[in-house]
Write a protein that binds this ligand. Structure first.
Ligand SMILES: *Cc1c(COP(=O)(O)O)cnc(C)c1O
Length: 402
């Protein structure tokens, strides 16, 4: 299987860096010892795991003892939320936002059925929170505030430290899903208000199925996965050693490249965005363009279906996304864009392009080249053309009956 596609879907997953593959391979072949074993053969694997812990800690500005390896972002979010609730059994209230990843939202929905109260903070048209609304939602009963650092669909970045100040003022635990922010925004847990942070390997050029939690020293953390005493009792189970080594290497590379790669990605992202806005009528950028990940643009093309755009891009070998990968396959509009109150006409025609340090200028050129024609062809077929009012009415009715 080979591929030479133009890959602009890096918020869904990323290519494993060849240096990461190289670093992990010996732990699939030669060094198969158990890191918890007493013998030297296992012990040297244990040392490599410790080294990886330090590398991940360095990326976050954290101590290695504060890093807990997980199977990825979803486990991290679940474990963080459950840990916070288990540690404070008398508190029954959670604050989160309407635009979180399903790893957080679906769990919160389930916790509501189990008797917890959840506040889902709303966002404005730019996808930003109202910090006064956040503050007003906090009570003595609030166990946890779980808010993402940056949104996977729009790239909108929340003012995490300002939020943290208000959260800590009220004595709640502060969990941050930083899966999209790690490696794109410099972080220093030493000066941060974050108590628990989630990251995932496959969003930063490590393989799928590995991730980490940062758990601030002193924060009471009750494990979700219970077993042997691995990872100081915070996550049972023999570590996914090749994954752990890979995550360590990926973290080292992210730190090394952060400044120069994000500047380059931002330049290319802005060029793509400006070219599309200039050449295609009736389109707009979704999200907060002043507080945004450097690699992400989400653009709404009015009157057409995002899925149709994706299919036509796909035929040209270009990979993009219409929102979260989890909800693609259905024509349900994105919960994030819906929470932002986008009009129906753009809600369905939004496309996300997400870049990485491997993105080349020529790939951006190719997208700039094909997009105007794709949008024009789809609009020519769109029933909206002949009867905008009728089309809109029909679509609103469909939505209302869902
Ligand atoms: C991808 C993603 C996750 C889930 O991570 P997995 O490692 O795929 O389980 C969680 N939160 C955000 C914001 C993400 O982008």
């Amino acid at each position: 299987m080979h591929n030479n596609c133009i890959y602009l879907d890096n918020n869904a997953t990323t290519k494993v860096d060849p240096q990461v593959v190289e670093a992990m391979l010996p732990y699939l072949t030669e060094y198969y010892g158990n890191p918890s074993s007493m013998h030297t053969f296992g012990g040297q694997v244990g040392k490599a795991v410790l080294e990886a812990r330090k590398q991940v800690g360095a990326l976050l500005g954290a101590n290695e003892s504060e890093i807990v390896f997980t199977s990825g972002g979803t486990e991290g979010d679940n474990a963080a939320i459950r840990a916070a609730l288990l540690a404070q059994p008398d508190k029954r209230h959670i604050v989160t936002t309407q635009v979180e990843h399903p790893a957080v939202l679906t769990l919160c929905k389930q916790l509501e059925k189990q008797g917890y109260t959840v506040t889902y903070l709303s966002v404005n048209r730019q996808g930003q929170l109202d910090l006064d609304e956040l503050e007003a939602s906090l009570t003595g009963n609030t166990a946890l505030v779980s808010i993402m650092y940056a949104n996977n669909e729009t790239g909108t970045v929340f003012p995490i430290e300002e939020i943290g100040l208000r959260v800590k003022d009220k004595g709640a635990l502060f969990h941050v899903d930083a899966v999209q922010a790690v490696g794109k925004i410099p972080m220093n847990m030493q000066t941060s208000k974050i108590d628990i942070l989630t990251m995932s390997g496959h969003k930063i050029h490590a393989p799928k199925g590995i991730g980490a939690l940062y758990v601030r020293r002193g924060v009471r953390f009750r494990p979700m996965i219970i077993g042997g005493g691995q990872q100081r009792g915070r996550r049972g189970g023999t570590e996914n050693v090749p994954g752990v080594i890979a995550l360590g290497k990926a973290a080292e590379l992210e730190l090394l490249h952060l400044e120069e790669a994000t500047a380059r990605e931002k330049r290319m992202r802005d060029r793509l965005e400006q070219a599309l806005l200039a050449t295609i009528p009736d389109c707009e950028v979704n999200g907060d363009i002043t507080q945004r990940l450097p690699n992400t643009t989400n653009i709404g093309f009015k009157y057409i279906e995002g899925e149709a755009i994706l299919l036509m891009l796909n035929q040209k070998g270009i990979c993009a996304s219409s929102g979260s990968a989890c909800s693609s396959g259905s024509l349900e509009p994105s919960h994030v864009l819906r929470a932002m109150g986008l009009p129906y006409t753009t809600l369905h025609g939004s496309i996300r392009f997400s870049l990485c340090r491997y993105t080349r200028e020529a790939e951006i050129d190719a997208v700039i080249e094909v997009m105007p024609g794709i949008v024009e062809r789809l609009r020519a077929l769109s029933p909206f053309k002949s009867d905008e009012a009728g089309w809109l009415q029909e679509q609103e009715q469909v939505l209302a009956h869902r």
